[in-house]
Ligand binder design. Sequence first.
Ligand SMILES: [Zn+2]
Length: 451
Amino acid sequence: MLGDGMSMTTVTSARILKGQLNGKTGEETILSWETFPNLALSKTYNQDYTTPDSAGTGTAFMSGVKTNKGVIGVDASVHRGHCNPSPAHELSTILDWSLAEGKSVGIVTTARITHATPSSAYAHVADRGWEGDHYTQHVVGGCKDIALQLVEDNPNIQVLMGGGRRFFLPYTAQDPESGSNTHYGRRDGRDLIKEWENDKTARNMSHKYVWNSKQFHQTNFSQLDYFLGLFDSSSMAYELDRFDTHYEVAGEPSLAEMTEAAITILQKNPKGFFLLVEGGKIDLAHHGNHAVKALHETLAFNDAVAKMDSMTNDRDTLAVVTADHSHTMVLAGYPARGNDILGLIKNSAGKLELAKDHKPLTSLIYGTGPGAWSGIRPDLTGVNTDDKEYVSESAIPLNPSTHAGEDVVIYAKGPMSHLFHTTHEQNYIPHVLAFASCVGEYKNSCVDHMP
Ligand SMILES: [Zn+2]
C-alpha cells in the first residue's frame, strides 16, 4: 500500500485531522497503519538525484533495483528520454515474480493507471511521460508507450483500476464521460479497452470493464477473474471533489471500495496474491500546495488500508504501507493542542499567533510551490484556510511544488515483517516481499506462509 508523497508530516497532520473530524483534539488519534508492529525508514534517493521522483522510486520498490529519476522498469544505464528498447536493460518486478509462481496480481490507484507508480509494476520505458502513443509517436527507436505495454505485454494482471482512459482510446473516439474527442488519445487508432476485452474472451476468462461508479457498484466481483476499471480520462478525482459535479461527472468509487473489490477477486487464488494499492493523489495535492486535499487524500488511503486489513489475515499476508518520497510540507509554529490542523495558529489562550510581519500564519506551510507570494506576504486574517481550494503558503515560488529528499517510513505487519527493522535502501522492500511470499530469487530459500 503506497501513499504517493506521504511524508511523515503528512501522516502526523492527517492523523490530527482524522481526530478533529471526529470531534477530538486530534493529536492522540491513530491511523489504520499506526498499529503495525514493525517500522523502518526508507532511503528514497534515485541513482542520479538526491530528491527522487516517483518513476525512479517506483522502480526501486517494485524491482529491487535503484535507477534514474524519470525512467521506469529499466536500469540506470538508460537515460531519461533516450529510447533503448533492449531487454537487457529491463528489470522484472515483484508483480512478475508473483505471476511466475501462479499467484494473482492486481494494481489499484487514484492516479492514471499509466502513471509512474503503477506503471513501475509492469512497464519498461526510458521516460515516464510516455504514457500513450501521443507522446511516443515521434520517438526514434521503436519504444512502446506504457498503455500499450500494459495491454499487450501484461495480459495476466487480473485487476486494474484507476484513471488514464485517454491513453487507451483512439483519438478519434469520444470519451464516454466528457463526450468530446481526446487530444491525448491513441494515434495508432487502436482501442486498447476492446483489445483487453477480446483477449479475455478469447481465453474464456470471466471479465468486465467499467468506467463509472454506477457500473462499478453493479459488479459482482466474486464472480470475476479479470476486471478493468478506468474511471477518468486523466487521474481520478480528489476525494474532496468526488461528489463535486464541477470536477466529477459520472461518479467514481473510493480507494477503499476499489481495494475491497480487488481483494475480493484476488483472494480466490489459493496460491495467494500480490496487490499494489496507491493513494496517488496525496502527491498531486502537495504539488499544488493543497494541504487540505492532501490530508483528505491521506484519510481516503487510511480507509483503504483499514479495508485491506479487515479482509486479510496477519498469519498469511504481509502488509506494507510506505511512501515513495517526501514533500516539503512542514507542521510548524506553536499551535495549541487541538488547534484546527488546517487553520491559523492560535495559542493556548485562543489568541492568533503573529509572525514578524504582524500577520497570522497556518500550521501547515511548504518549502516550495505555487503558494509563494510576491512582494508583501498576504494577510490571512479572515481567510478560510480550511477551504478545499485554499493554496497553502510556501517559501520559494515553484510550480508545481517539488518533492523532498528525506527518508519516509515503512510500516509492516504479517509474515517476515520483522525484516523491516532499521534504515533501509528503498530497493530492499521488494526483496522482503519476495522472500515472505516465496517468489523470484527466493522461491527456493524461504518459509512458505500460505495456509
Ligand atoms: Zn510527485
